[in-house]
Design a protein around this ligand. Structure first.
Ligand SMILES: [Ca+2]
Ligand SMILES: [Ca+2]
Ligand SMILES: [Ca+2]
Ligand SMILES: [Ca+2]
Ligand SMILES: [Zn+2]
Length: 468
């Protein structure tokens, strides 16, 4: 059996054997036992299988994490060509395929995973926002590739290439063991900027990428000193703030949505900030912690502020009481046994369950209550319910009573008191303002006291606390 370095979606890898042709297909790697290369440059397949690994992990990352089916979002993989030219110290995406040089002395092929993810992410950018390669947009383009190259590295989580926020840390391109770029503090490379400024766009995109790389680190991990997978970081902020990270997974998703939904070819850092706030709201909700983290991290790189805000969580609407018509039975309410009932001795307003307090004709105290939080943004919060009463008492003395109360902290307020005087056996709806309780958690309580003889029944159904 002969194996070919090609996967089921069409990612495949070829040997250019020193060619510098932009169109040459190269020779697809084949192998007798499906064990490729030996991890050393002495085997031509070593660089090939590293490149192939990068293509597959990048494909899988976009598909499984971002829901994007390949660079072109068409389910089709890409060709990777290795052994390009002689002593060629670069790797590049040309719009159709990946090409990798062998590096200095043909012994340092540029097939590191974050490089592969970086270069192929240029293909994703081409096919989404299509950011141009100059000005702010050029920096956003380059940083997008560093962000997703790093995301692919974390996704692969390979012990032989511990995930980090460094770019090119495995290929020693500087010759002194230092990585090519640092996301926590981009200026550590001696040329990239940590903070946005109005002159940023005049820099090479590999340096104007600095602020967005810095943003990604801050959004993911937060500011200050931190050790992650054994690597020490210390990320500053440009506005003297302290930033708390929202997690890399959220930052990745927000940036991909920003890129694929809100950015266009000439987008600048201000547009990136606005788009990311929108994306965060789309993915995590208005007023979400994630959105607040996006605002804080963009502020921390001095990106221009736009008008887009995270907003505030809209107050809940509808009925805030649970089991308001008692049709779920004795749940959500706290109180006396038997008060919430299907007993047909008195009718429900709707359904078959209601709250029947009293009706005993003997000395009794009964109650039912439920706690509810009144949103501070509620326009006109109110308590309402339907009630019917009947009695065997007569005269104008209140022997049996039912109070409707609001308990807020140590204060109990009685909204209304019903009694055996003036009963009404036809259901009527009553409503009381709860405007005094905005922002508070209160307990709504129905409290009934009956004397030793002659029943009075207070039957309540279809309760509601609404925000108005
Ligand atoms: Ca690494
Ligand atoms: Ca890395
Ligand atoms: Ca009912
Ligand atoms: Ca009585
Ligand atoms: Zn690049």
């Amino acid at each position: 059996t002969s194996y070919s370095m090609r996967d089921t979606v069409g990612n495949y890898t070829t040997d250019l054997n020193g060619s510098t042709s932009s169109t040459a297909a190269g020779t697809t790697f084949t192998d007798a036992d499906d064990i490729w290369g030996n991890g050393l440059v002495t085997s031509r397949a070593s660089a090939g299988v590293d490149a192939h690994y990068g293509a597959e992990k990048t494909f899988d990352y976009y598909k499984n994490i971002q829901g994007r089916n390949g660079i072109w979002n068409n389910g089709v993989g890409a060709r990777s060509r290795v052994h390009y030219g002689t002593n060629y110290v670069n790797a590049f995406w040309d719009g159709t395929q990946m090409t990798y040089g062998d590096g200095t002395s043909n012994t340092h092929p540029l097939v590191e995973l974050d490089v592969a993810g970086h270069e192929m992410s240029h293909g994703v950018t081409e096919n989404t926002a299509a950011l141009i390669y100059t000005g702010d947009a050029g920096g956003l383009n380059e940083a997008t590739s560093d962000i997703f190259g790093t995301a692919v590295e974390f996704y692969a989580n390979n012990a032989a290439d511990t995930p980090d926020y460094l770019i090119g840390e495995e290929i020693n391109i500087n010759g002194d063991g230092t990585p090519l770029r640092y996301m926590d503090k981009p200026s550590k490379d001696g040329a990239s900027k940590d903070c946005w400024s109005s002159t940023l766009g005049s820099l090479d995109p590999h340096y104007s990428s600095g602020p967005l790389n810095h943003w990604f680190y801050l959004a993911s991990e937060g500011s200050g000193a931190k050790v992650i997978n054994g690597v020490s970081y210390n990320s500053p902020t440009c506005n003297a703030s302290t930033v708390t990270g929202i997690g890399r997974a959220a930052a990745e998703k927000i940036w991909y949505r920003t890129l694929s939904t809100y950015l266009t070819s000439n987008s600048n850092y201000a547009a990136a900030r606005t788009g990311a706030v929108k994306a965060a709201k789309d993915l995590y909700g208005v007023g979400s912690v994630q959105c607040a983290g996006i605002v804080a991290s963009f502020a921390a790189i001095s990106a221009p502020v736009g008008t887009e805000t995270c907003g505030t969580t809209p107050p809940p609407t509808g009925n805030l009481l649970l089991n308001p018509g008692f049709e779920s039975g004795v749940v959500n309410w706290t109180g006396s046994a038997g008060a919430i009932t299907t007993n047909t001795g008195r009718p429900a307003h709707t359904g078959s369950w209601k709250m029947w307090l009293g009706g005993n004709g003997v000395t009794t105290t009964e109650n039912e209550s439920q706690s509810v939080t009144i949103p501070s943004a509620a326009a006109a919060p109110a308590l309402s319910y339907w009630i019917r009463t009947d009695t065997s008492e007569s005269g104008t003395t209140a022997y049996d009573t039912m109070k409707v109360q609001v308990i807020s902290g140590a204060t109990t307020t009685t909204l209304v008191t019903y009694s055996n005087v003036g009963t009404n056996a036809t259901y009527a709806q009553k409503s009381f303002s709860l405007a005094a309780y905005k922002g508070l958690t209160i307990t709504v309580k129905f409290l009934m006291v009956e004397d030793s003889s002659l029943q009075t029944s207070f039957v309540v159904d279809d309760t509601a606390v609404t925000t108005g």
